[in-house]
Ligand binder design. Sequence first.
Ligand code: AGP
Length: 611
Amino acid sequence: MCGIVAYIGHRQAYPVILKGLKRLEYRGYDSAGVALVNHGLHVYKKKGKVADLEDTLVGKDLQGSIGIGHTRWATHGEPSDRNSHPHTSANGKLAMVHNGIIENYAPLKQELLNKGYTFASDTDTEVLLKFIEDIQINNECGLEEAVRIALRRIVGAYVIVIVDQDHPDTLIAARKGSPLVIGIGKGEHFLASDASPIVEYTKEVVYVNDYEVAIIRPDELILKNLGNERQTPFITKLDIELAAIEKGGYPHFMLKEIHEQPHTIQDCLRGRMDPAAGTITMAGVQNHLQQLVNAPRIIMVACGTSWHAGLVAEYVFEELCRIPVEVEYASEFRYRNPVIHHGDVIVAISQSGETADTLVAIERAKEQGATIFGIVNAVGSSIARQSHAGAYTHSGPEIGVASTKAFTGQLAVLTMMALKIAAAKGTIDVKRYQHLCAELAAIPEKVAAILQKTDLIKKIADKYKDARDFLYLGRGYNFPVALEGALKLKEISYIHAEGYPAAEMKHGPIALVDDRLPVVFVATRDSYHEKIVSNIQEIKARKGLVLAITSENDEVIPTMADDVFSVPEADEIVAPLLSVVPLQLLSYYVGVAKGFDVDKPRNLAKSVTVE
Ligand code: AGP
């Protein structure tokens, strides 16, 4: 989950690459580097953020209209200058950047060591580059051919881009598993891990497919498979604007994205749900409606925050569609050899559409004949292209590493999907269907009302920012929201936090409760309300500090809790789209109060493209 940028054309490559790396820094920020070809190969790399690299390059020769760049999330080899990319070949003529993991790098390295090669780093990347170089020498072939031969022996995931000082008019790139987009300009080409470094130069892009090698010159783009057969590049138009990937006056992308939710949820509903007519139009669902209606089981497969969206959907689908739902961690599902029955439908949920575990999990399920329905935010991403059908969340680019607006977008899409299936299946009556459509349509405005009270949550965050641990509790539809709240706090503030079903407390975790432990109750009014009131009493009986997220007109819980943040009333099925917002803000303000880089939390990256 590194970020790669490359350029070839008539401009100076360095400024294009540097700006692009800064846009991709949410993908990894352990080290950064560039390689430029200009009367020879110039490689510059450094541990730390892109800005650190930029500082060290003042006064250096940064000329050249061809170059590659990298921002790293370390997998093989700790963050350090020598493990930073680009890596160079033994003859010093080739430089390469890589995003992914070469699983069989150790035996390849041994082969090369036996041939007398030495290694300057601990990375799998340097091994792949010297393996390519060795084939070039032994087979006396060109770089492109050597790359194709080498990749036929590679196990793992990769995007690689190589510059060759002897061929300053050509970039060679290849892809399997990790994402690669090529932007087509006039007399120039831009390469990147996603579209954000490209959108300001061109809207015409090619998403490179698995096992494709690209030969790129200023005026030419050739795609081939590893068997040397030409592939036709499929050009698509980007539908994102530059402004969407700028901070827009907010101090952080995370805060901007939290505040975008009234619009992004509206964008997700727009053109799909017509509450007045009581209709939901989702082509992906419509085209597979019978399969969905008759599915003996729906299996939600995802990771992290997307997994929490799947857990909310389990409650919604079972309630409305009466279809049994299982929610699977993709990383376990892909290796567990799960039993998939004929007709089962896999719903793969992913913001980035590039999460490796989810991608491989759906490949495994496909091998067993399952239908894959993708719920994805990133348009054109791998999971979207691997799915048989799907629905985009239209949340716009999500730059902050902590997922916020994509989560509410996922909930909105999943709820519309469940309503559409339930209506077709006849498991919901017209009155309730129209009621829930109206409830969903009212969400954007209610989220906007919550965002008016940001100062209150900021004050609460300040009060609890020095707590050592947090507990998040919820019941029913709010249980997954409690898990999500705990995840957000962990990611952004590095405070240990756990989410639990509130009733589960008595079976152990209540031992943690004392007068220094904040316990966040996600307790909007629902069919579990009385039960959660008694859970709050249990915590207060042990002097726990209670912060409660309640519904506006709740007269009971505010009398019991130490701090209360209320959200507008809503049906329990859509309430998670509201109750999560103050939890997103809480984690943000605690992280900011503790002085952390909330957009790029330590050890994390936005899209986990390696397993
Ligand atoms: C959430 O804030 C994290 N960034 C992470 O847990 C994320 O949800 C997970 O990696 C899944 O990513 P995806 O939705 O892009 O597949």
